[in-house]
Design a protein around this ligand. Structure first.
Ligand code: PLP
Length: 373
């Protein structure tokens, strides 16, 4: 007797085979661990602000769909970022959602018309994943061995592939590098000549010495095809989920058409507005993290067994050790979670990525690392 596959098996078979072949995004189990794997801000909200925020959120009309407060949030974010006059803004449920929306808006699923996405690699994993899911061709361009932008390789890839969209993470994850402004501008110019879009991903802007917004304000024409993507995650609101995209209104308004209408909840919106009323608190936290980063990098450079430490413009530090898997496991056994990025890209062989925490976190992380090398 032949057995019929169950209805569940048959239903699962209807899901795209490339999706079934994928691995789900792994969020490490972290209860009981010091979490130094995801570049979260280590500081919680001061108690008085916690109470005020609680009261604000408690009064919200959660029986209503999000409404006019979103306009207040957009205005507050444009002002906070110092956006160019006439720029428009789109809100996302984290910048991860904006990455998906961009791929959705730019994909050309028809046979023979596929759009191309270019990004330097190693880089943020969501760019290639969004390309795969929406059917764009993804062209990775390797960074140099010291994680600088390979300008010649980028220009060659742009000329060959005429990308619809090019991502530049400024600073980059997981390398924490902030590429030369002149190189980035030449890449942006080259994409513009081919009629493509550039997304400057500034997720780590609170910890960086430069932002592309300055160039957008200085030379709006030259940056007329550039979109600036930011998030409140690393600023201190990773749990809130609020990303934003700033750029020329004509382009931003087209992307906005594929956004689900109520993608940012009244809770996200109000929490973000509240945070923007207290930017001094978050700026002081970012300053403390930057100061701690300098000390952390120095201590890592002095630690026997740490082979290489890259300069950082973000709240993470990339290091190379003799055996990344062993360092990762040793630290995990000592209740410190970091990210082993060594298999993500050949240039990252035996590299691990450390989040910069507060002074106590950094000390605990360094002790666990030393004992694990
Ligand atoms: C370069 C970069 N862009 C975007 C994001 C996504 O941030 P979120 O979805 O939390 O806004 C991250 C998160 O780590 C990142 O590293």
């Amino acid at each position: 007797m032949t057995t019929q596959p169950s209805t569940q098996t048959r239903a699962i078979d209807r899901i795209r085979s490339d999706v079934r072949a994928m691995h789900a995004y792994v969020v490490q189990h972290s209860v009981g661990y010091l979490k130094m794997d995801a570049m979260e801000n280590p500081f919680s909200l001061p108690e008085a602000l916690q109470r005020q925020l609680g009261e604000r959120l408690g009064r919200l009309p959660i029986n209503r769909y999000p409404g006019a407060r979103l306009d207040d949030l957009k205005a507050a974010l444009l002002a906070y970022a110092g956006a160019p006059k006439d720029a428009a803004i789109l809100l996302g449920n984290g910048s991860d959602e904006i990455i998906s929306l961009l791929a959705l808006a730019l994909a050309q699923p028809q046979q023979g018309q596929r759009a191309t996405m270019i990004a330097p690699m190693p880089g943020f994993v969501m760019y290639p994943m969004s390309a795969q899911l929406q059917g764009l061709d993804f062209v990775p361009v390797s960074l140099t061995a010291d994680f600088e932008l390979d300008e010649a390789a980028m220009l060659a890839a742009i000329a060959e592939h005429r990308p619809a969209i090019t991502y530049l993470a400024y600073p980059n994850n997981p390398t924490a590098t902030l590429w030369s402004e002149a190189s980035v501008q030449r890449v942006i110019d080259a994409v513009g000549e081919q009629g493509g879009l550039v997304v400057m991903d500034e997720a780590y802007q609170p910890f960086a010495s430069r932002s592309w917004i300055t160039r957008m304000r200085a030379e709006p024409e030259r940056n007329a095809h550039v979109l600036l993507m930011r998030t409140l995650s690393k600023f201190g609101l990773a749990g809130v989920r609020l990303g934003y995209l700033i750029g020329p209104a004509a382009i931003v308004n087209e992307i906005d058409k594929v956004r689900p209408p109520y993608n940012v909840s009244v809770l996200n919106c109000e929490a973000a507005l509240f945070a923007l009323e207290h930017t001094d608190v978050f700026a002081a936290q970012a300053q403390e993290i930057r100061t701690g980063r300098t000390a952390l990098v120095e201590q890592l450079r002095a630690m026997p067994g740490v082979l290489q430490v890259w300069d950082s413009e973000a709240n993470m530090v990339l290091i190379r050790v003799a055996d990344a898997a062993r360092a990762y496991e040793g630290m995990k056994a000592r209740k410190v979670l970091i990210k082993n990025v060594s298999t993500m890209h050949p240039l990252l062989a035996n590299c691990v990525r450390l989040t910069v925490g507060n002074a106590a976190d950094n000390a605990q992380m360094l002790a666990a690392l030393q004992a694990s090398l």
